[in-house]
Design a protein around this ligand. Structure first.
Ligand SMILES: [Ca+2]
Ligand SMILES: [Ca+2]
Ligand SMILES: [Ca+2]
Length: 232
């Protein structure tokens, strides 16, 4: 891969997309950012938490529908049929990339929260006119509205529209809301650290989504197994 900045051997460059999928995500997010955000403050995002929470929980039925063998996870084949049914025309490679990106505990199955993140990424990527000829909808209007809110929230935070939320952008967003409060910087840091899953100093949309599922408690629905324990 060309273009690696030649300072030392730091393993990753935070703001350079690490995968093709991430590059597409960033691109889609930047395109979306050019339309602006309806969010006015970080608080306005927080106020939407309950509604987002409810909507995502309702999505459990969709998850169960596509978890054909009811083993609590959506595997590759189930996901492919899910895409077929939702008329999401992604290539095999795109589906694989998405699957890999969202399967954070790498057990080859989408848990509920992973599936939600995946669907939201699909929602974002589907807006890409180059990737998809048809602007077909996913056929889940409520869920799409929620995804739109999440995209909107990310766009609000990403002030410089580079497709990532940096620490200073987070601080900026929170300071706007809680002007003058001394604790706000610390809150911003904490929120940021919760989001920056791979600790590379930048939050991409996927990390943001996973953080969201934690904040609204979606991942509590699934029993969180301890590490190394795959079977229930
Ligand atoms: Ca299954
Ligand atoms: Ca940014
Ligand atoms: Ca990160």
């Amino acid at each position: 891969m060309g273009g690696v900045v030649g300072k030392g051997d730091s393993p990753r460059k935070a703001w350079v997309p690490e995968t093709k999928l991430e590059a597409k995500m960033v691109e889609a997010m930047q395109r979306r950012a050019s339309e602006g955000s309806t969010m006015k403050s970080f608080n306005s995002i927080i106020l939407k938490f309950p509604k987002i929470d409810e909507s995502l929980r309702n999505c459990k039925a969709i998850f169960q529908q596509f978890d054909e063998d009811s083993n609590g996870a959506i595997d590759h084949e189930e996901l492919k049929r899910c895409f077929l049914k939702l008329e999401i025309s992604f290539s095999e490679e795109e589906i694989n990339d998405l699957f890999e990106a969202c399967d954070i505990n790498e057990d080859m199955g989408m848990k509920f929260n992973e599936f939600i993140v995946l669907l939201c990424l699909v929602y974002l990527l589907k807006e890409d006119p180059a990737a998809l000829q048809a602007k077909s909808r996913m056929g889940m209007p409520n869920l799409e509205a929620t995804f739109e809110t999440l995209v909107d929230a990310f766009v609000f935070l990403d002030k410089n529209k580079d497709g990532y939320v940096s620490k200073s952008e987070m601080v900026h967003a929170i300071n706007e809301t809680t002007a003058g409060e001394r604790s706000s910087g610390r809150i911003a840091m904490k929120r940021f650290e919760e989001m920056d899953w791979d600790k590379n100093g930048m939050v991409n949309f996927k990390e943001f989504l996973f953080a969201f599922t934690r904040w609204v408690g979606i991942d509590d629905i699934e029993d969180e197994e301890e590490e190394g324990e795959e079977k229930v």
